[in-house]
Ligand binder design. Structure first.
Ligand code: BMA
Length: 809
């Protein structure tokens, strides 16, 4: 009989020692497991919420303190011959003792550990203690021993196997955690147990094949039977005495194929693997179940392209970069992940890139991706630094990579493994080589160790050494014409129209900042009044010169903001426009360009950042703009052309009408064109002179319409336009679960947005940034607010309802 005994109760945490003099006394504090020391201190009221104001600044002592977690648990004995302490995640440098005897030491947050403890367990009370050394102490010792290495931040994150952004990032606070961050418990078993199950799925024509690679751990050398079944097909393997590995191959005739969203359905099949009855370990450890999908995945590099090919079909990747959704990972529930996935899918995405400064994500994450058809690009956790390959690191990296390549192999959503984020670029372009003076920087991981592990354990997935990368170590890594590129000239130095100068193969990162929603910012910052440069707002901006770049980025596009409300609206709007501009450009380049991965979907706390969904889980105007730019069918003005982008399986054909009008709506010129954009194709129509030239640079608009999809082009930037003062009528009515707001424009109304979270932090709206031409109507649904309702007059007035025309007044 095998059994599992979770050990999540009765924990306390004690501050054992610290390299800083000033810290509170913390002894025997009630602790939550899984969890971390910050959340324990917070629950006990010993620290202020690190996400509010500048409280973060007063918590640096935590990462320089040793923390002891301890519990006493009752053990009733076991019939099983084996009992293992299973630690699914320890953060990070830990010494584990059971009843005073040391059973192991760990130094890698990204691994799980298993320690045999049957000989130490006593009937009755047992004391389990996990002592965490200060992460800084460990990292600094490694740095001292191995020699310093350059990195993007003055923190030693490359000297410890812990998620890098825990030490702070250009969107995240420095909150260096310690704790038992994933489940812990005792597992008992006999005879044998399934140590690893690695189902590798391939297609053979229309048929599916699953090679189930199994590794067992044995308590006895007896022969074993292994059974695997999926979709009504069962296979068996015999493990002879002492044999530890086996492969069961299952051939499934004509399975329904798994597709990324937007390309088909996501049928999932239950795969069950059992150790036979002759293993009395059958039970929890003798059985493995998972859900697999049948699909092939490849990377087409023909002529330096970077094209993901699923089931033989090239897929245009419409993605988001994903960062850890909370600084304290144990707070991430499946519900919260599901909300983020719904937000990514709602914006039209078919891919999430799990960025290398974070971690390998949870089972829930990949299960959601499988169910929703969200392709996962998985970085190995290395980012923005030269990483040492000596000391403990080669062995640690090999162990964690082996564990996760095997663990994630079952998930059809997992599309590609990537060696790191920006380390190859850093080494080539950021002056690291001088500082390194010949010391290792991780090349051995990205070019040798990691690809060998992927090839050995999961040859069904492509591997890419890093991003950006051009396909060969001797090529400039961030060459737009080869492989993947990260475009950061826009945001750092250039106006967003500079995206138009790029003709990339695949944009794996590009981003533009905007502040979080009002409700999120207001809840995080006590500043009164709120101002773009008030102390709390400034603290919640981590990027170098971020606030300056936000303002500079407005360029000629929008007026210089006076006061908080204009600043908030214009910078959010500019973020949305910048990213839509880039995406439209890159999608129009398909199939030369085959992917855009927006930096970034989410935040880990309330902050001004590149995210589309802020740290409070609220959608920024960017999200609504992306939903338009990522729509399956997109009409976009590019240079002298209108381009129809068709990311569907049906051709998109019809009559494209392009009309030049005055802002008041009077027609000046109009032409119609027959357009045919093939399935997953694009079609460009060059505009004749009458539609390319303006009579009045400040008073016209070009309107292109195809099949209910519309694109607008204004001749000049907003401050140079002769917009009339916006005139519109509003009707606010109750409707199921909320309010329906009908806006009818009497004049042109540019990028109208309602921000109901200013009236009630729970309230949301279903659309934003809608441009109306005279006579047009838009309907918005506002939901989520409390029973007392919303102030319906305030809802349709500044600063809740905004449009760009107001800039003129
Ligand atoms: C890229 C990312 C992150 C960073 C972002 C914004 O470099 O890989 O490191 O947060 O840009 O600067």
């Amino acid at each position: 009989m095998s059994a599992y005994h979770p050990l999540h109760d009765g924990w306390t945490v004690t501050a054992v020692s610290s390299t800083r003099q000033h810290r509170p006394v913390v002894a025997g504090l009630a602790a939550t497991v899984p969890g971390c020391v910050h959340t324990d201190l917070l629950d006990a009221g010993l620290i202020d919420d690190p996400y509010l104001d500048d409280n973060e600044n007063r918590l640096t002592w935590i990462g320089r303190t040793a923390w002891a977690y301890e519990t006493v648990f009752t053990w009733a004995g076991t019939e099983d011959g084996r009992a293992d302490l299973v630690c699914e995640g320890l953060d990070t440098v830990a010494t584990i003792t059971l009843n005073g005897v040391e059973i192991g030491r760990t130094a890698n947050m990204h691994r799980s550990y298993r320690f045999p403890v049957r000989h130490l367990l006593r009937e009755g009370g047992n004391t389990l203690r996990v002592l965490f050394d200060p992460p800084y102490g460990y990292a600094e010792v490694q740095r001292e021993a191995l020699g310093d290495r350059p990195g993007a931040y003055a923190e030693p994150y490359q000297f410890i196997r812990k998620m890098a952004c825990n030490f702070g990032w250009d969107w995240g606070p420095t909150l260096v955690t310690a704790g038992i961050w994933r489940p812990i418990g005792v597992r008992t078993w006999s005879t044998a147990r399934l140590a690893e199950v690695r189902p590798l799925v391939t297609l053979d024509g229309p048929d599916g094949r699953v090679d189930v690679h199994v590794t067992v751990e044995r308590a006895t050398e007896a022969p074993l039977t292994l059974t695997a079944s999926v979709a009504g097909v069962t296979g068996e393997a015999r493990l002879a005495a002492g044999q530890r590995t086996a492969v069961v191959t299952l051939n499934v005739p004509r399975p329904a194929l798994w597709w990324p969203r937007g390309h088909g359905d996501q049928p999932l099949y239950d795969l069950t693997v059992r150790l036979g009855a002759d293993a009395d370990g059958a039970g929890a450890d003798g059985e493995w179940t998972g859900r697999i999908g049948f699909r092939s995945i490849g990377l087409d590099r023909t002529d330096d392209a970077f094209t993901l090919v699923v089931n033989g079909r090239p897929v245009f990747v419409k993605g988001f970069n994903w960062i850890p959704d909370d600084c304290f990972p144990s707070r991430l529930t499946r519900e919260r992940l599901a909300e983020r996935f719904a937000q990514a899918a709602g914006a039209g995405a078919n891919c999430l890139r799990v960025w290398g400064g974070g971690r390998y994500e949870s089972e829930d994450f990949y299960a959601l991706a499988d169910e929703m058809g969200m392709l996962v690009w998985q970085d190995f956790p290395f980012a923005c630094a030269a990483y040492p390959e000596e000391g403990p690191f080669a062995a640690e990296v090999a162990a964690e990579a082996r564990e996760h390549v095997a663990r994630l192999s079952a998930h059809p959503s997992l599309a590609i493994w990537c060696g790191n984020n920006e380390n190859i670029e850093g080494h080539a372009d950021w002056g690291w080589q001088d500082d390194l003076d010949g010391r290792s920087w991780g090349a051995g991981f990205y070019y040798d160790l990691l690809p060998r592990i992927v090839a050995e354990l999961d040859p069904t997935r492509p591997y890419w050494p890093g991003s950006p990368y051009s396909g060969s170590p001797d090529l400039p890594p961030n060459d737009p014409a080869r492989g993947t590129v990260h475009i950061w000239t826009v945001w750092n130095t250039h106006d967003y129209t500079h995206y138009a100068s790029y003709t990339p193969r695949f944009v794996a990162e590009f981003g533009f900042q905007g502040p979080p929603t009002y409700a999120t910012l207001r809840a995080a910052v006590g500043d009164d009044p709120l101002a773009p440069d008030s102390p709390g707002v400034r603290h919640h901006q981590k990027a170098i010169d971020g606030d300056l770049k936000l303002l500079r980025g407005l360029g000629e596009h929008l007026p210089e903001p006076t006061g908080f409300d204009d600043w908030h609206y214009y910078t959010q709007l500019n973020q949305a426009r910048a990213m839509a501009f880039g995406i439209e450009r890159f999608r129009a380049l398909a199939p030369y360009c085959m992917g855009t991965i927006v930096w970034q979907l989410n935040d880990c706390w309330p902050v001004t950042s590149w995210a589309a969904v802020d740290g409070g889980g609220r959608r920024k105007p960017l999200w609504y703009a992306l939903r338009r730019a990522y729509a399956d069918r997109l009409l976009t003005f590019q240079g002298d052309s209108v381009v129809a982008v068709n990311d569907t399986e049906e051709p998109w054909s019809g009559e494209l009408a392009v009309e030049r009008r005055t802002l008041a709506g009077e027609p000046i010129a109009k032409e119609c064109f027959t357009v045919f954009a093939d399935r997953r194709g694009t079609a460009a129509v060059e505009l004749p002179a009458a539609l390319r030239e303006w009579d009045d640079q400040a008073g016209e608009v070009l309107v292109a319409t195809l099949d209910g999809t519309r694109a607008l082009r204004f001749p000049a930037e907003d401050p140079a336009m002769d917009y009339p003062a916006a005139e519109f009528d509003t009707v606010v009515e109750e409707s199921a679960g909320g309010l329906r707001v009908t806006v009818t424009a009497r004049t042109v109304v540019r990028e109208l947005a309602i921000f109901p979270d200013r009236l009630d932090p729970r309230a949301t709206v279903d659309d934003q940034l809608v441009t109306l031409l005279p006579g047009e109507t838009a309907v918005f649904h506002v939901t989520g607010f409390g029973v007392r309702g919303l102030n319906t007059e305030a809802l349709v007035r500044r600063p809740v309802l905004r449009c760009v025309n107001e800039a003129k007044r």
